[in-house]
Design a protein around this ligand. Structure first.
Ligand SMILES: [Zn+2]
Length: 400
């Protein structure tokens, strides 16, 4: 027999703290609370969605109403935020950003960094110079728009800081999204060799930058090596590091500027960083001071299947050591039925049956979400596979 506390004894009658009726009510209440919390959990699971961003250009001639329709459609399909490329005028981002916010989308201004078309405020000598002494200003590599600036010129940084700063001042802009934050491709992705008729088995001076007077001088000052007299500069590790550091330096100084305005800084980068980005475009992006990184894990450019997206996602997540989120960039094939006959790799990409795999392996290897290049290239069949894949909860299997 348990001892009954004295306080509960009165007139030799036992009073229980709760009578039967109250107890029953309490139990009913408790089970109700339990049921509600279960259904909240279920709802959370049902409403769970992989975070998704999309690279999008515009606005072109679109009216406000057309933009509203476009953005609410994207939101309904499961897009959470836009990396929006609308030129360099802050007014454009103000107008489009207001509509994006109204649709419930995050809004980042996506603007190329080192690749800048000539204009009066950019001096010709600020453009990068290749190993043959040719300037990207008037003799760009590969294509006419490959006019890259030298990251070592103070004028380059001042121009970028002012341009990005003006756009970060726009209230509707959540962040700045850097792109072309790199050197020109010293080696092209394997899938592009045929398109340009090149065999890029090693670094060639035509595509190797920057040998401008300032870079050559500063490197000699730092290391004592006159890089112009070196037979094969690709064998000089310090010369590689010197150029990784120039890009890292630009990013980190921009980061300070943009964050001081209360805005985020993120970037589209090549896959890796070690397997691809450092080797072909000199991006040591695991050292960059960003809020998030968006590797363009475009498997078709590297003649790889969708599983490869998981491998490079794991590499990136491990290099970052979970310091910042990584969103896996996926390249969408706009005409899936023609992919096999299509010669131009720009028209390749994930077909609907591959999209689910690419999302799954990205998430299983530690991505915080994905980013589509581009939502406009998605066919209805893509959206069907996309909807299935983004509602699943993935278990991260990436080993540390
Ligand atoms: Zn230079």
């Amino acid at each position: 027999m348990p001892t009954i506390p004295k306080a509960l004894l009165a007139n030799n009658k036992i009073f229980y703290p709760l009578d039967f009726g109250t107890m029953k009510k309490l139990l009913t209440l408790l089970s109700l609370v339990f049921l509600i919390s279960c259904s909240v959990e279920q709802k959370k699971l049902r409403n769970y969605k992989v975070p998704v961003y999309g690279w999008l250009g515009g606005p072109g001639q679109k009216t406000d109403q057309e933009l509203e329709e476009q953005f609410s459609d994207l939101k309904n399909r499961g897009i959470d935020g836009l990396m929006y490329n609308g030129g360099q005028n802050p007014e454009t981002y103000k107008r489009v950003g207001r509509i994006a916010k109204k649709a419930g989308l995050e809004f980042h201004a996506w603007i190329p960094t080192m690749n800048q078309s000539p204009r009066p405020e950019l001096k010709p000598e600020w453009y990068a110079v290749n190993g043959k002494g040719e300037s990207a200003f008037d003799k760009p590599a590969y294509v006419s728009y490959y006019k890259f600036l030298c990251p070592n010129r103070p004028g380059t940084f001042e121009f970028l800081a002012k341009m990005y700063g003006g756009i970060a001042d726009v209230k509707e802009v959540d962040g700045i999204h850097l792109d072309y934050i790199r050197f020109p491709d010293v080696i092209l992705a394997r899938g592009l060799w045929d398109k340009y008729g090149l065999v890029m088995d090693r670094e060639y001076p035509d595509y190797d930058y920057c040998y401008c007077d300032k870079c050559v001088h500063d490197f000699k000052e730092k290391t004592g090596v006159d890089i112009k007299t070196v037979e094969d500069p690709s064998q000089v590790q310090e010369w590689k590091q010197f150029r990784y550091d120039l890009i890292t330096g630009i990013v980190n100084r921009l980061s300070e500027k943009i964050r001081s305005k209360g805005k985020k800084l993120n970037a589209a980068v090549f896959p890796g960083p070690n397997s691809v980005a450092k080797k072909i475009v000199r991006q040591e992006w695991d050292k960059w001071d960003l809020d998030a990184v968006y590797p363009m894990n475009y498997n078709d450019f590297y003649l790889e299947g969708p599983e490869w997206v998981g491998e490079v996602t794991r590499e990136g997540v491990q290099a970052l050591n979970n310091r910042i989120p990584l969103y896996s960039g996926l390249f969408i094939c706009p005409n899936p039925e023609n992919k096999t006959e299509e010669n131009d790799p720009e028209n390749h990409g994930l077909i609907p049956s591959e999209l689910g795999t690419a999302i799954q392996v990205s998430m299983e290897h530690g991505a915080a979400g994905i980013c589509l290049f581009t939502p406009n290239r998605m066919t209805e069949a893509h959206w069907v596979e996309f909807e299935k894949a983004i509602r699943k909860k993935y278990k991260v299997t990436a080993s540390k």
